[in-house]
Design a protein around this ligand. Structure first.
Ligand code: GTP
Ligand code: MG
Length: 419
């Protein structure tokens, strides 16, 4: 342990506050180091001071070196948990001219695919769920969409847009949308179907919000590099970050190991809004339950045993909307009832707060499970950090990433025995 730092550390390490920043005390310590050194100097005899000065300049050199090396972050989580959305946010937040005019135009075809996939699936499910369209003309529109098959149109013709609009305001389609947890519908369906007319206008250029909401499955490993300004006391300048994104669906997870090497922190994403949905690749498995299982695998993975783990409990907006619509997590996780009794004692009476803390408690329980026998870290204390996030909300991600940055700095400093 370094001699200088006496700030209280975060005891349980769970710097959680409903998606808001909670300054990790360790972070504050890291930033105050030179000032504290100064204060410390007044209190010590001179020979001790000399030795201390030598030691601290060595520490400063080590610290500066640390910030010269890129920080490697790996994003893990099940399919559609929001990993690529976080990558897009990093680009928006940390890279100038994040998406060029041409890149934005290129996104149009993905957006058309999102629109078509959404309306096609909804119309198909209206039939499968034995629901009815409002009118014969809407029924004809549905047939027109179904005849197109899965292939999205190259451009949004007036006829196509009119059909999509009619269908999206059809009460049968609306009823079907309310039941979309019973089949596989992309998260961005409502976002793009609400905007189909605007998007079809000549000269339309996708906005950041369109890019963030646009869904495209990740198959390989993607890397993004960006620089973040370092605080003055640590020498200022910029620190390089490298963030790796992988495909989260089951058949893509075999590639994860390739990205483990030299990783400083894992950002694990779990979709809280998926509590009433099943996996796209396995309709028998609940999405949130899959997230828990996957987290267990990551937390206990021997190759990640030395890596910091930060959990983004994502899609808080979707969770909130579902609870407001009268859904409850107890339908899918009956042990929620046991938790409610505990939550009442903690005065967590609001359903959203209770549900969020229930999900977090399940993750915390996993971190408290005894390490597997193969783990060489038996008996060592590890800290996991949790954040409630909405990955499509740039302001929310900006705040949370500041916190993540400080956690990583603190962790690395303490690894180097500087804290
Ligand atoms: N409403 C809402 N949508 C989100 C949130 N996070 C991600 N999404 C949307 O969820 C969909 C899936 O997000 P992705 O980032 O592609 O998920 P992923 O984890 O990269 O998925 P894979 O590539 O299959 O592993 C996209 O349409 C995102 O816009 C969120 O917090 N709220
Ligand atoms: Mg992805």
């Amino acid at each position: 342990m370094g001699l200088l730092i006496r700030c209280p550390r975060d005891l349980d390490g769970h710097s959680v506050a409903a998606g808001r920043i909670v300054k990790d005390p360790g972070f504050v310590c890291g930033y105050l180091l030179p000032t504290m050194l100064l204060i410390d100097c007044f209190r010590r005899p001179s020979h001790e001071l000399q030795a201390r000065k030598k030691q601290s300049s060595k520490e400063m050199v080590q610290m500066r070196k640390l910030y010269r090396d890129p920080v490697k972050i790996l994003l893990l989580g099940a399919g559609e948990s929001g990993k690529t959305t976080i990558i897009k946010q990093m680009r928006i937040l940390h890279i100038q001219n994040s998406y060029s005019f041409d890149e934005r135009l290129e996104k149009l075809s993905d957006i058309y695919e999102n629109i078509h996939e959404s309306i096609y699936e909804l119309v198909r499910q209206v039939v499968l769920l034995s629901l009815e369209f409002d009118s014969v003309s809407n029924q004809r529109c549905a047939e027109y969409i179904l005849r197109m098959g899965h292939q999205a149109p190259w451009n949004l013709s007036a006829e196509y847009v009119q059909c999509v609009r009619r269908l999206w305001s059809d009460s049968g389609v609306k009823r079907c949308y309310k039941r979309s947890n019973e089949f596989q519908l992309i998260e961005s369906a409502k976002y793009f179907l609400d905007r189909v007319e605007k998007i079809s206008m000549p000269g339309y250029i996708p906005t950041n919000s369109d890019i963030l909401n646009c869904r495209k499955t990740t198959t390989g490993i993607q890397e993004i590099r960006f620089n973040v300004r370092m605080p003055g006391p640590l020498g200022g300048g910029m620190q390089e970050f490298r963030m790796f994104d992988v495909g989260g669906q089951r058949h893509h997870r075999s590639k994860w190991m390739q990205a483990f090497e030299g990783v400083h922190a894992v950002l694990f994403l779990i979709s809280c809004g998926g509590f009433d949905q099943t996996l796209r690749e396995d309709p028998k498995q609940n999405r949130l339950a899959e997230g828990f299982e996957l987290f267990r695998g990551v937390w206990h993975n021997r190759f990640l045993a030395e890596t910091g783990v930060i959990v983004f409990m994502n899609k808080q907006d979707v969770l909130e909307q579902k609870l407001l619509a009268g859904k409850s997590i107890r339908t899918y996780f009956p042990d929620y009832d046991d938790y409610v009794a505990f939550a009442d004692k903690e005065q967590l009476y609001d359903e959203l707060t209770r549900t969020r803390s229930f999900i977090r408690s399940k993750l915390v329980d996993i971190t408290n499970e005894p390490p597997r026998r193969t783990s060489h870290l038996v008996g060592r204390k590890r800290t996991c950090y949790f954040h409630f996030t909405v990955a499509t909300d740039t302001q929310n991600v900006r705040t949370v990433f500041n916190d993540v940055h400080s956690i990583i700095l603190t962790k690395n400093l303490s690894k180097m025995d500087l804290l």
